[in-house]
Design a protein around this ligand. Structure first.
Ligand SMILES: [Zn+2]
Length: 310
């Protein structure tokens, strides 16, 4: 059980409140499986410095911007179908959304998808499940996204992983039945504080004074966000330690590159994959650490790439 776990020891996938089984689900309307991988907290320049060769076989990395600065609202937003944006000047928001939604046609190997079709739920998993006829699954690492949250709508299964930092374990029971395409949301936690690979002994994890105090009270963590600091902490601005943490985040991206190799090898050829982050992370810049109640451009900068599995 990791530091993020709470309650029961094993988390089995649970049916979503919105799951209605396959009865009444329309015939599949698209050709592709679709996977969104969120590297939680991975800021753009960490990803670029890691330079993961396998992940980049998907396509060219773009610098994009998250709509939100922390996990909960960011995932809600992207499950509305709004992936991190390109911030184009002189374009109305409605025009941008329209164009952005049109991209789901190539992602799903379909045609006729437009923003208006998401009305009234305005929720991509519900649309994929009930209109596009996909199997829909979520595997998440962070308890703020646990299956009881409102994020869990329109999913056939929704699983909070036993460990917060094991993307490889998510792949173990991913299936792609031939009767219809599958959608997966994978919220990956290796890139989240404390930036640990699953083989690392938790005793070796770095301790930031003030942060772990919060993690002892997991309810606080769940309700209040992830990286709340203790104001009394005198060590908060230990830049050397924060530099080390940034290096650790970069290391987790390099580690994940091998897990992506496994993912690319196991999914069917007709699988479209998006890789991005839910927000960035601050490592001491202008006195900030982490993400959440921070208004700094680096908390919004995220990597973005997508394509058919190479
Ligand atoms: Zn996050």
């Amino acid at each position: 059980m990791g530091i993020f776990s709470f309650g029961k020891k094993k988390s089995e996938p649970v049916p979503s409140a919105g799951a209605s089984g396959l009865a009444g689900r329309p015939d599949p309307q698209g050709k592709n499986n679709f996977i969104i991988v969120i590297l939680d907290s991975c800021r753009y320049d960490s990803f670029m410095k890691a330079n993961p060769k396998t992940i980049q076989r998907l396509g060219k990395v773009e610098k994009r911007w998250s709509y939100c600065s922390w996990t909960g609202p960011s995932h809600y937003n992207l499950l509305m179908g709004l992936l991190p944006h390109t911030s184009p000047p002189q374009v109305f928001a409605s025009e941008y959304y329209k164009e952005d939604f049109f991209n789901y046609n190539k992602r799903l190997g379909a045609d006729g998808i437009e923003f208006a079709k998401l009305i009234p739920s305005l929720y991509l998993p519900i649309y994929l499940q009930q209109t596009m006829g996909l199997h829909t699954h979520a595997k998440v690492s962070l308890p703020v996204l646990n299956p009881k949250t409102p994020i869990n709508r329109g999913f056939d299964t929704f699983k909070l992983m036993d460990k917060h930092n094991d993307m490889s374990a998510m792949l173990d029971d991913m299936t792609f039945p031939e009767d219809r395409p599958s959608f997966y949301l994978l919220n990956v936690g290796e890139t989240h504080y404390p930036y640990a690979t699953p083989d690392e002994d938790p005793k070796e994890w770095p301790r930031i004074s003030g942060v772990h105090g919060v993690f002892k009270h997991l309810d606080d963590h769940i309700v209040g966000g992830e990286l709340v600091t203790d104001e009394a902490s005198p060590k908060f601005f230990d830049q050397e330690k924060l530099d080390l943490l940034r290096e650790r985040q970069i290391h987790t991206v390099r580690y994940l590159d091998d897990v992506f190799e496994r993912l690319f090898n196991m999914v069917p050829k007709n699988t479209w994959i998006v890789v991005t982050s839910d927000h960035g992370e601050l490592f001491g810049e202008e006195g900030y650490f982490g993400h959440g109640p921070i208004n700094h451009e680096l908390v919004f900068e995220v990597p973005y790439l997508e394509g058919l599995v190479p």
